[in-house]
Design a protein around this ligand. Structure first.
Ligand code: RIB
Length: 286
């Protein structure tokens, strides 16, 4: 039963509604909520802290029963504020920082970065660029650490083999714009492969590389992260680390339901395992 005075709706607060990763998460959240007779209200932070803050205030004002939230960064103060208002929440992709503070559902991001790194090293790539959004978000840092650890376990100093290009946002426009920074230093220092923190960046980067006359994977390999539908629709197909997006949404909503049914419910952390999907955007270094 819902806590008294609360509406029959739950919020789904996403980091960027234009990212198709969230469409599939939303489908899982919605299916699970429908089973409990709860309506899902979608709110978008657009990767901006002030918008996230406005959205959590709206949720509290509307007396939402609870919320599934992917915070814009590792700062959970907006979620703690929600708790004080008596609104339950489950965090997505914040397993480390939400530990002991609230329920979370995430995917093993370190394992994903490690799998991508091993794949590239196995293909003979020794100069790899990590193209990423802000390091202030947990999943990005963990993916990067996984990549570094792949070099270390192969007996290579990651500092000498991995370069980072950090962008302010995780969208395709930023990926395309990053092409200059990725290629900086000329052909001799150019990376042999680029591992992107999500598919959005990777798809934009592939477009940018094409405009520079570079061929993927002949001149440069590209790996993404998420396995959105588009990864299989572009040519060449994008090699990427698949996340169980639908299951993430379902699990988050299931946890939220336990919170709503039993406010004394102990905080749980659910962790899924990602899986590398190899397509045409990666090839052996020649
Ligand atoms: O929201 C940014 C990224 O975090 C998504 O593309 C997905 O990778 C998620 O885990």
């Amino acid at each position: 039963s819902l806590r008294s005075g609360r509406s029959g709706s739950v919020g789904l607060l996403v980091l960027d509604v234009t990212n198709p990763f969230f469409t599939e998460v939303a489908r899982g959240v919605e299916d699970e909520a429908a089973g409990a007779g709860l309506a899902v209200v979608l709110l978008n932070s657009a990767e901006a802290q002030d918008r996230q803050r406005r959205n959590v205030r709206l949720l509290a004002e509307q007396r939402a029963a609870g919320a599934v939230v992917m915070p814009v960064d590792d700062d959970l103060s907006d979620l703690l504020w929600l708790s004080h208002q008596g609104t339950s929440w489950v965090a997505l992709d914040r397993g480390d920082v939400a530990e002991g503070v609230g329920c979370s559902v995430s995917v093993d991001n370190h394992a994903g970065g490690l799998a991508a790194g091993r794949h590239l090293i196995g293909l003979g790539h020794e100069r790899v660029t990590f193209l990423t959004g802000p390091f202030a978000i947990e999943q990005v840092r963990r993916r990067h650490q996984g990549l570094l650890d792949a070099f270390t376990e192969s007996g290579m100093d990651p500092g000498a083999h991995v370069r980072v290009v950090e962008q302010p946002l995780l969208n395709p426009q930023q990926g395309e714009r990053a092409v200059d920074a990725v290629l900086a230093g000329g052909p001799r220092q150019r990376p042999q492969a680029v591992f992107c923190a999500n598919d959005q960046l990777a798809l934009g980067l592939m477009k940018g590389l094409g405009r520079r006359g570079l061929r993927v994977p002949d001149d440069i390999s590209v790996v993404g992260y998420d396995n959105v539908d588009l990864a299989d629709l572009v040519h060449p197909g994008l090699t990427t680390v698949a996340q169980p997006k639908y299951d993430l949404g379902r699990a988050a909503m299931r946890l939220l339901r336990s919170e709503l049914d039993d406010p004394g419910h102990r905080h749980e952390r659910v962790l899924f395992t990602p899986e590398l999907v190899v397509r045409g955007s990666t090839a052996a270094y020649r």
